[in-house]
Design a protein around this ligand. Structure first.
Ligand code: ZN
Length: 266
Protein backbone atom coordinates (compact mmCIF):
# COMPACT_ATOMS: atom_id res chain seq x y z
CA UNK A 1 0.00 0.00 0.00
CA UNK A 2 1.56 3.35 -0.97
CA UNK A 3 2.22 5.64 1.97
CA UNK A 4 -0.07 8.35 0.70
CA UNK A 5 -2.96 5.92 0.85
CA UNK A 6 -2.54 5.85 4.60
CA UNK A 7 -3.45 9.49 4.92
CA UNK A 8 -6.95 10.05 6.17
CA UNK A 9 -7.69 12.87 3.81
CA UNK A 10 -5.86 14.37 0.92
CA UNK A 11 -5.45 18.12 1.10
CA UNK A 12 -7.17 18.71 -2.21
CA UNK A 13 -10.23 16.68 -1.29
CA UNK A 14 -13.48 18.34 -0.29
CA UNK A 15 -14.81 17.62 3.20
CA UNK A 16 -18.28 17.04 1.84
CA UNK A 17 -20.16 16.64 -1.40
CA UNK A 18 -23.63 17.74 -2.33
CA UNK A 19 -25.99 15.10 -3.57
CA UNK A 20 -29.21 15.91 -5.37
CA UNK A 21 -31.89 13.27 -5.23
CA UNK A 22 -35.53 13.68 -6.18
CA UNK A 23 -35.20 17.47 -6.12
CA UNK A 24 -33.69 17.54 -2.64
CA UNK A 25 -30.11 18.43 -1.79
CA UNK A 26 -28.21 16.35 0.76
CA UNK A 27 -24.85 17.11 2.26
CA UNK A 28 -22.65 14.03 2.42
CA UNK A 29 -19.56 14.27 4.58
CA UNK A 30 -16.53 12.41 3.23
CA UNK A 31 -14.37 10.44 5.56
CA UNK A 32 -11.27 8.62 4.45
CA UNK A 33 -10.51 5.56 6.47
CA UNK A 34 -7.31 3.62 6.10
CA UNK A 35 -8.88 0.35 7.10
CA UNK A 36 -12.02 0.70 4.99
CA UNK A 37 -12.33 -1.99 2.35
CA UNK A 38 -15.13 -0.40 0.40
CA UNK A 39 -17.30 2.67 0.12
CA UNK A 40 -19.76 2.87 3.00
CA UNK A 41 -22.62 5.20 3.77
CA UNK A 42 -23.77 5.86 7.31
CA UNK A 43 -26.48 7.97 8.77
CA UNK A 44 -26.11 9.16 12.34
CA UNK A 45 -29.64 9.28 13.69
CA UNK A 46 -28.89 11.76 16.44
CA UNK A 47 -27.22 14.33 14.22
CA UNK A 48 -28.89 13.45 10.88
CA UNK A 49 -25.41 13.51 9.40
CA UNK A 50 -24.68 11.46 6.27
CA UNK A 51 -21.11 10.16 6.18
CA UNK A 52 -19.48 8.41 3.28
CA UNK A 53 -16.34 6.44 4.06
CA UNK A 54 -13.75 6.22 1.31
CA UNK A 55 -11.27 3.34 1.27
CA UNK A 56 -7.56 4.18 0.88
CA UNK A 57 -7.49 3.60 -2.86
CA UNK A 58 -10.81 5.27 -3.49
CA UNK A 59 -11.43 8.73 -4.86
CA UNK A 60 -14.01 11.48 -4.72
CA UNK A 61 -15.38 10.74 -8.16
CA UNK A 62 -16.20 7.16 -7.23
CA UNK A 63 -17.51 8.31 -3.87
CA UNK A 64 -19.86 10.67 -5.61
CA UNK A 65 -21.18 8.02 -7.92
CA UNK A 66 -21.62 5.65 -4.96
CA UNK A 67 -23.66 8.31 -3.14
CA UNK A 68 -25.73 8.91 -6.26
CA UNK A 69 -26.53 5.22 -6.61
CA UNK A 70 -27.76 5.20 -3.01
CA UNK A 71 -29.64 8.51 -3.12
CA UNK A 72 -32.93 6.71 -2.51
CA UNK A 73 -31.52 4.97 0.54
CA UNK A 74 -30.24 8.27 2.00
CA UNK A 75 -33.54 10.05 1.37
CA UNK A 76 -35.54 7.16 2.79
CA UNK A 77 -33.49 6.87 5.96
CA UNK A 78 -33.47 10.59 6.65
CA UNK A 79 -37.18 10.78 5.91
CA UNK A 80 -37.92 8.21 8.58
CA UNK A 81 -35.99 10.08 11.28
CA UNK A 82 -37.94 12.45 13.48
CA UNK A 83 -37.63 16.03 12.33
CA UNK A 84 -34.76 18.09 13.71
CA UNK A 85 -35.77 21.08 15.82
CA UNK A 86 -33.31 23.97 15.67
CA UNK A 87 -33.09 26.56 18.44
CA UNK A 88 -34.85 29.43 16.70
CA UNK A 89 -37.54 32.03 17.35
CA UNK A 90 -40.85 30.24 17.92
CA UNK A 91 -39.40 26.79 18.64
CA UNK A 92 -41.26 24.91 21.35
CA UNK A 93 -38.98 22.66 23.35
CA UNK A 94 -38.89 20.79 26.63
CA UNK A 95 -36.85 22.18 29.52
CA UNK A 96 -36.91 20.26 32.81
CA UNK A 97 -40.56 19.77 33.64
CA UNK A 98 -42.25 21.89 31.03
CA UNK A 99 -42.62 23.12 27.52
CA UNK A 100 -40.89 26.40 26.73
CA UNK A 101 -41.04 28.62 23.69
CA UNK A 102 -37.99 30.43 22.35
CA UNK A 103 -38.69 34.11 21.84
CA UNK A 104 -36.23 36.40 20.11
CA UNK A 105 -35.92 39.87 21.71
CA UNK A 106 -33.38 41.39 19.43
CA UNK A 107 -33.09 44.79 21.07
CA UNK A 108 -33.23 43.61 24.68
CA UNK A 109 -30.24 43.77 26.97
CA UNK A 110 -28.64 40.59 28.23
CA UNK A 111 -28.23 37.23 26.53
CA UNK A 112 -30.76 34.54 27.54
CA UNK A 113 -33.28 34.53 30.37
CA UNK A 114 -36.52 32.82 31.33
CA UNK A 115 -39.88 34.53 31.59
CA UNK A 116 -43.54 33.62 32.07
CA UNK A 117 -45.95 35.60 29.89
CA UNK A 118 -49.45 36.87 30.79
CA UNK A 119 -51.03 33.59 29.84
CA UNK A 120 -48.66 31.53 31.92
CA UNK A 121 -46.57 30.31 28.96
CA UNK A 122 -42.95 29.66 29.79
CA UNK A 123 -40.49 31.46 27.55
CA UNK A 124 -36.79 31.32 26.86
CA UNK A 125 -35.96 34.86 25.74
CA UNK A 126 -32.90 35.53 23.64
CA UNK A 127 -31.35 38.93 22.93
CA UNK A 128 -29.03 39.83 20.08
CA UNK A 129 -28.90 39.15 16.37
CA UNK A 130 -30.67 36.22 14.72
CA UNK A 131 -27.55 34.20 13.76
CA UNK A 132 -26.58 33.96 17.44
CA UNK A 133 -29.88 32.56 18.77
CA UNK A 134 -28.90 28.90 18.44
CA UNK A 135 -25.53 29.39 20.07
CA UNK A 136 -26.91 31.47 22.89
CA UNK A 137 -29.70 29.03 23.72
CA UNK A 138 -27.32 26.11 23.62
CA UNK A 139 -24.79 27.89 25.90
CA UNK A 140 -27.64 28.76 28.28
CA UNK A 141 -28.82 25.14 28.43
CA UNK A 142 -25.30 23.90 29.09
CA UNK A 143 -24.95 26.34 32.00
CA UNK A 144 -28.32 25.27 33.40
CA UNK A 145 -27.61 21.57 33.14
CA UNK A 146 -24.22 21.99 34.76
CA UNK A 147 -25.80 23.75 37.74
CA UNK A 148 -28.46 21.05 38.14
CA UNK A 149 -25.87 18.31 37.81
CA UNK A 150 -23.54 19.92 40.32
CA UNK A 151 -26.32 20.12 42.88
CA UNK A 152 -27.52 16.56 42.25
CA UNK A 153 -24.12 14.90 42.17
CA UNK A 154 -22.98 16.73 45.31
CA UNK A 155 -26.07 15.49 47.13
CA UNK A 156 -25.48 11.88 46.10
CA UNK A 157 -21.73 12.05 46.72
CA UNK A 158 -22.35 13.27 50.27
CA UNK A 159 -24.88 10.51 50.83
CA UNK A 160 -22.32 7.79 50.12
CA UNK A 161 -19.21 9.63 51.25
CA UNK A 162 -17.31 9.98 47.96
CA UNK A 163 -15.62 12.94 46.33
CA UNK A 164 -16.23 14.10 42.76
CA UNK A 165 -13.18 15.40 40.98
CA UNK A 166 -14.90 17.26 38.19
CA UNK A 167 -18.06 17.37 36.10
CA UNK A 168 -18.03 17.92 32.37
CA UNK A 169 -20.98 18.54 30.09
CA UNK A 170 -20.73 17.32 26.53
CA UNK A 171 -22.75 16.70 23.44
CA UNK A 172 -22.42 12.96 23.21
CA UNK A 173 -24.95 11.03 21.22
CA UNK A 174 -24.10 7.57 22.48
CA UNK A 175 -24.32 7.99 26.24
CA UNK A 176 -26.18 10.09 28.77
CA UNK A 177 -23.35 9.95 31.24
CA UNK A 178 -20.03 8.34 31.99
CA UNK A 179 -17.51 8.09 34.80
CA UNK A 180 -13.77 7.92 34.21
CA UNK A 181 -11.37 5.95 36.39
CA UNK A 182 -9.92 9.29 37.48
CA UNK A 183 -13.24 10.36 38.98
CA UNK A 184 -14.40 12.76 36.28
CA UNK A 185 -18.14 12.53 35.59
CA UNK A 186 -19.37 13.44 32.10
CA UNK A 187 -22.95 14.08 31.10
CA UNK A 188 -24.91 14.95 28.02
CA UNK A 189 -26.23 18.53 28.11
CA UNK A 190 -29.52 17.17 26.73
CA UNK A 191 -30.45 15.93 30.20
CA UNK A 192 -31.73 19.46 30.85
CA UNK A 193 -34.48 18.66 28.33
CA UNK A 194 -35.65 15.73 30.48
CA UNK A 195 -37.68 15.87 33.71
CA UNK A 196 -35.52 16.42 36.81
CA UNK A 197 -36.02 12.86 38.11
CA UNK A 198 -34.21 11.63 34.98
CA UNK A 199 -31.26 13.99 35.48
CA UNK A 200 -31.18 12.93 39.13
CA UNK A 201 -31.03 9.29 38.14
CA UNK A 202 -28.09 9.88 35.79
CA UNK A 203 -26.30 11.90 38.47
CA UNK A 204 -26.83 9.07 41.01
CA UNK A 205 -25.77 6.48 38.44
CA UNK A 206 -22.41 8.13 37.73
CA UNK A 207 -21.75 8.91 41.40
CA UNK A 208 -22.43 5.26 42.26
CA UNK A 209 -19.69 4.34 39.78
CA UNK A 210 -17.22 6.14 42.05
CA UNK A 211 -17.82 3.25 44.45
CA UNK A 212 -18.50 0.43 42.00
CA UNK A 213 -16.75 0.92 38.66
CA UNK A 214 -18.96 -1.72 36.99
CA UNK A 215 -22.57 -2.74 36.51
CA UNK A 216 -22.51 -5.53 39.09
CA UNK A 217 -25.40 -6.49 41.33
CA UNK A 218 -23.74 -4.48 44.11
CA UNK A 219 -23.73 -1.41 41.86
CA UNK A 220 -27.46 -1.65 41.10
CA UNK A 221 -28.28 -2.25 44.78
CA UNK A 222 -26.35 0.86 45.76
CA UNK A 223 -28.00 2.88 43.02
CA UNK A 224 -31.46 1.73 44.00
CA UNK A 225 -30.83 2.90 47.53
CA UNK A 226 -29.55 6.26 46.29
CA UNK A 227 -32.25 6.81 43.71
CA UNK A 228 -35.68 5.29 44.37
CA UNK A 229 -36.88 6.66 41.02
CA UNK A 230 -34.39 4.55 39.09
CA UNK A 231 -36.85 2.25 37.31
CA UNK A 232 -39.10 5.14 36.31
CA UNK A 233 -36.14 7.13 34.96
CA UNK A 234 -34.84 4.18 32.94
CA UNK A 235 -38.23 3.67 31.33
CA UNK A 236 -38.50 7.39 30.58
CA UNK A 237 -35.09 7.37 28.86
CA UNK A 238 -35.96 4.30 26.80
CA UNK A 239 -39.18 5.84 25.58
CA UNK A 240 -38.32 9.54 25.26
CA UNK A 241 -34.51 9.62 25.23
CA UNK A 242 -34.02 9.38 21.44
CA UNK A 243 -36.37 12.30 20.95
CA UNK A 244 -34.08 14.63 22.92
CA UNK A 245 -31.49 14.35 20.15
CA UNK A 246 -33.72 16.28 17.79
CA UNK A 247 -33.14 19.58 19.54
CA UNK A 248 -30.52 22.15 18.64
CA UNK A 249 -27.99 22.19 15.86
CA UNK A 250 -25.68 19.19 15.85
CA UNK A 251 -22.17 19.80 17.04
CA UNK A 252 -19.89 19.39 13.99
CA UNK A 253 -16.95 18.35 16.15
CA UNK A 254 -18.77 15.29 17.37
CA UNK A 255 -17.96 11.93 15.85
CA UNK A 256 -21.41 10.53 16.65
CA UNK A 257 -21.53 6.92 17.72
CA UNK A 258 -25.23 6.70 18.45
CA UNK A 259 -27.84 4.82 16.53
CA UNK A 260 -26.37 4.30 13.12
CA UNK A 261 -27.79 3.02 9.88
CA UNK A 262 -25.32 1.98 7.29
CA UNK A 263 -24.99 0.52 3.85
CA UNK A 264 -21.93 -0.73 2.08
CA UNK A 265 -20.83 -1.56 -1.38
CA UNK A 266 -19.83 -5.19 -1.76
ZN1 ZN B 1 -23.04 2.86 34.36
Amino acid sequence: MPLRALLYRRPSEPQAIELVFDGMMYLVRLSRHRRARRYTLRIHAATREVVLTIPPRGNVKEAKSFAERHGGWIAGRLGRLPEAVPFAHGTVMPLRDGRHRIVHRRAARGTVWREIDDRGNRLICVAGDTPYIGRRVSDFLKREVKRDLETATRRYAEAIGVKIKRITVRDQSSRWGSCSTTGVLSFSWRLILAPPFVLDYLAAHEVAHLVEMNHSRRFWRLLERLCPNMARAKVWLDVHGPDLHRYGAPDPRRSGTGRISDISDI
